[in-house]
Design a protein around this ligand. Structure first.
Ligand code: PEP
Ligand code: MG
Length: 902
């Protein structure tokens, strides 16, 4: 809705007016607060300002018309409900002002607490708190600090230094030792800092505080760290954030107060039970910041049984209502429990599978829903190796396994250094006492994150889990000294650049490089773990969900493999054929010399003798692959790469020849080679003599390959196997190219195959835009198409696939020209359109035309969904991506078609 018709536009919703479906409008936090309110849970009263108000503000630089009045009206009703007025000197209502976007962006945007406090209401607050002056002044100093930093950009360290000074003057290291007078003094110091940086006094008018805080939250949508986070998490940039204004409740009113986070199941492993942390006499941000050490949530039973039992009841209720793992933030104010937030909780990849399986067992969801709740990126993560540990490796420290996986790398202490070394291709482990949102770039660049402080809900832990990055947090034996670029542990010093290994599952930290072993999920796929016999909840859940995905999916999944070993592995991973066997590599190594002979041949005899020598080698290559893929189709692509790849580099050869000539050596052979290399030198080899062009230029080359394929198929068939070869012609742009190759191939096939029963299909890659646009004609000559989306992307965009990702993609990503590299995930509108046109026109010309894709996109989750929508028959991807593609092909069915099944 446009901002202009804002006069009667509703920008503010009371919690009682919303529900969990309204995340677009109210953000995740606001929608869920509304849901809990309507479920009758004890949520402090409040209201939500919509994302539309934020978008209107960001577009025009001012609050939309009508917003101020609506805030006023909702504030008044909040005041009435609470029986207190915002900032009232005698009995003040205080509010928190919190961001809350559609997708959770932990710690990326702003929050201001205790809004409504000023020089007068601080006294009223103290009276409210039973004469607790210390609490009132501590709340006031927190407001000035948070407000100064987030609303007015006062450097946060200045406040930190003033706090340190106050503690030093008191001779303590603990905040809690500062009494009311100390904190009153600190408020004065903070106000001076505020005035120095802003040129004005700290605002005393409560409504002005509120309006400025709301504005700061709107603006924090575009803060640099939020922008970086969105890019990393692929969250659209135009959603805006909602703002929640909530009556404050206090967890820092003494030992009968406190605050905590809770999960209805273990977000690390998925195990059932109560998980979480509790911190007595503290406010919420103390827990998330990981600044003070928490106790396990179970301890709350001992501390305050009534609140504990009540909390457990709400947790069970929420889980049943959301039918999923929920995470919860709560506060206890003098024995009264308040629910401050809930949402469907983030979880590790392993927990996602395990929980989905459990919820099916509990009858809360069906298998389609379970399939929907996991994804290929998570499965890929579970296929990472883990550390192989024997007695040689003793951990030097143990922290909290905050995000699983195994990572080794060079220690770095700053985000900037992590980015720098990662750009040089190094694996790095970012080591910090605790991370904060400014470390985001370093966390993205690092292989793993290690902190000495903070729990499972600290910033490092939450962000790392979201990214699927290995993280150990709270390894408190580490003494981290960032300025000196070192840490000490167990009497040893580790400097920047030294190697450490961290295990994000167990929380253990090792010095040096620890060898790794394959994941159990990989062992299961490889067939060495039988799910029925395994006491492993993860393997059983993966098995169950994969079985369902296979039953659901319409797309077949093949693999790109060009050795028998790769083919065999992919088959164990569930590949249903080979979609691309690249034959180029078969011409390298010790066969190079034969290829050189072929290229340099002066006479037909020379050339034929080279081809004659290559034929049995190729036949053996194909026999091995056909045997491994017994009974399944194997698409063999005729040789593709530019010719110069088989010849020595021009410059080096020229120098060698010149040096040898100088020495008076016989260089006739080298000179001939040099002349040939010169002749074949190309400015743009990727657009040069490749693929079918090569086959048409070197007589007998494709014919030799076709013969080898057909002979291999006949030979393995004689041995009792079933070979299903499909010969694929690369880089075709015009039907005449394909017809020429096909005419020759058919003759050879007919002669070799005779009455052996072998059937050989002939088809083509569609990887040149012209081929896609003339697919109707090409289909007349092809029994199948396989989309080569690597080249189609290269030629569709006019990007060199070898150069551009490093050269300028960063800038395109920064500008939002694309959200992800089009080489990684298919560009649906452009390159995808070429695929769609070719599929439709190809099928119109030849209804039985088989359609597949064998570019890298065949293993990319989003692209798999696209190929499903377009109606291809199969995707083909590298062996390791085969399970991912199977899963995503199943998900594509439950997401796009609902009930369709194979
Ligand atoms: C393609 O272009 O997508 C393809 C599969 O072929 P190659 O990557 O070998 O060029
Ligand atoms: Mg290609």
């Amino acid at each position: 809705m446009a901002a202009q018709d804002s006069v009667d536009h509703k920008y503010v919703y009371d919690f009682a007016e919303g529900n969990k479906e309204l995340k677009d409008l109210l953000g995740g936090k606001g929608a869920n607060l509304a849901e809990m309110t309507n479920l009758g849970l004890p949520v402090p009263p409040g209201f939500t300002i919509t994302t539309e108000a934020c978008k209107a503000y960001l577009a025009t630089g001012r609050e939309p018309d009508g917003l101020a009045g609506q805030i006023e009206a909702h504030l008044e009703s909040l005041e009435r409900g609470m029986g207190r007025k915002l900032g009232d000197p005698q009995d003040p209502l205080l509010v928190s002002v919190r961001s809350g976007a559609k997708f959770s962006m932990p710690g990326m945007m702003e929050t201001v607490l205790n809004v409504g406090l000023n020089d007068r209401s601080v006294v009223g607050l103290s009276a409210q708190a039973g004469g607790n002056d210390r609490f009132a002044w501590d709340s006031y100093r927190r407001l000035i600090q948070m407000f100064g930093k987030t609303v007015c950009e006062v450097p946060g360290e200045e406040f930190e230094h003033a706090l340190d000074d106050a503690k030093r003057a008191k001779g303590t290291k603990n905040d809690l030792d500062l009494d009311a007078d100390d904190l009153r003094g600190l408020v004065d110091a903070y106000k001076k800092i505020f005035a120095k940086h802003t040129g004005r006094e700290f605002p005393q008018e409560p409504r002005e505080q509120l309006d400025l805080a709301i504005r700061a939250v709107f603006e924090s949508w575009n803060a640099e760290r939020a922008v970086v986070y969105r890019r990393q998490e692929r969250i659209p940039a135009d959603l805006g954030t909602a703002v929640n204004v909530v009556a404050m409740v206090f967890g820092n009113l003494g030992s009968d107060s406190g605050t905590g986070v809770a999960f209805t199941r273990d977000p690390g492993s998925g195990a059932q039970g109560i998980y979480g942390d509790y911190l007595a006499n503290a406010q919420g941000e103390d827990v998330v910041a990981g600044i003070r050490n928490t106790v396990p949530l179970q301890e709350l039973e001992r501390i305050d049984k009534k609140s504990y039992d009540e909390l457990l009841g709400y947790m069970a209720r929420l889980e049943e209502h959301y039918k999923d793992l929920c995470d919860i933030e709560f506060t206890i104010e003098r024995g009264k429990l308040w629910m401050l937030q809930t949402r469907v909780g983030k979880r590790t990849a392993a927990a996602a599978f395990v929980i989905a399986g459990q919820l099916v067992d509990e009858g809360l969801i069906d298998l389609d829903e379970a399939l929907h709740r996991v994804n290929g990126a998570q499965l890929a993560q579970l296929m990472f190796p883990r550390f192989k540990l024997d007695h040689e490796f003793e951990p030097v420290a143990k922290g909290i396994g905050a995000s699983p996986g195994a990572a080794s790398g060079k220690v770095v202490f700053t985000s900037a250094r992590a980015v720098e070394l990662a750009a040089e291709g190094e694996s790095v482990i970012l080591v910090r006492r605790e991370t904060n949102p400014d470390d985001l770039n370093g966390m993205i660049a690092a292989k793993g994150i290690l902190t000495s402080r903070g729990g499972k809900t600290s910033h490092a832990a939450v962000v790392a889990r979201g990214m699927g990055k290995t993280c150990v947090s709270g390894a408190d034996e580490l003494d981290v000294n960032v300025p000196a670029k070192k840490f000490t542990v167990a009497g040893q010093t580790v400097n920047e650049g030294d190697i450490v290994s961290i295990d994000g599952t167990t929380g253990k930290v090792y010095l040096g490089q620890v060898p790794v072993m394959p994941s159990e999920v990989v062992q299961y796929f490889e067939g060495s773990l039988e799910p029925e016999h395994v006491d492993n909840a993860l393997v059983r859940a993966v098995h169950r969900i994969m079985t369902h995905a296979d039953a659901k999916r319409r797309l077949a999944v093949r693999t790109n493999a060009d050795t028998g070993a790769d083919a065999a592995r992919a088959r164990r991973f569930g590949a249903e054929g080979i979609g691309l066997c690249r034959t180029e590599h078969m011409f390298l190594g010790d066969r190079r010399e034969l290829v050189e002979r072929l290229i340099l041949a002066r006479t037909d005899d020379d050339r034929e003798s080279a081809l004659f020598a290559l034929l049995p080698l190729q036949r053996a290559d194909f026999m091995e692959i056909f045997r491994e893929m017994d009974g399944l189709p194997v698409t063999v692509r005729l040789i593709d790469p530019p010719l110069h790849e088989f010849l020595p580099p021009l410059e080096q050869l020229a120098v060698n020849v010149a040096v040898a000539q100088e020495r008076g050596e016989d260089v006739a052979k080298e000179e001939a080679l040099l002349a040939a290399v010169r002749r074949m030198h190309e400015e743009n080899p990727m657009l040069g003599l490749r693929g079918v062009r090569l086959g048409l230029v070197i007589p007998g080359l494709f014919a030799m390959q076709v013969r080898a394929i057909a002979e291999a198929a006949v030979a393995v068939t004689r041995d009792g196997a079933v070979a299903k070869p499909e010969i694929m012609v690369p880089l075709v742009g015009a039907v005449q190219e394909l017809e020429t190759v096909r005419a020759e191939a058919e003759k050879i096939i007919a002669e070799v195959v005779a009455d052996s029963g072998v059937e050989v299909l002939i088809g083509t890659m569609i990887e040149v835009p012209r081929a896609a646009l003339t697919a109707g004609q090409i289909a007349e000559a092809a029994q199948f198409f396989s989309f080569g989306t690597n080249d189609l992307t290269q030629m569709g965009w006019g990007f060199s696939r070898d150069d551009v990702e490093g050269a300028f993609f960063w800038r395109y990503l920064e500008l939002g020209i694309f959200g992800i590299s089009p080489f990684e995930s298919i560009d649906r509108e452009g390159v995808g359109r070429l695929v769609r046109i070719a599929a439709e026109e190809g099928r119109a010309a030849r209804p039985e035309l088989k359609l597949g894709v064998c570019g890298e996109h065949g293993g990319d989750p989003d692209s798999v969904h696209f190929f499903h929508e377009v109606g291809l028959d199969y995707v083909s991807c590298s062996p390791f991506r085969v399970p991912v593609a199977r899963l995503e092909a199943g998900r594509a069915v439950v997401e796009t078609d609902g009930s369709d099944s194979r």
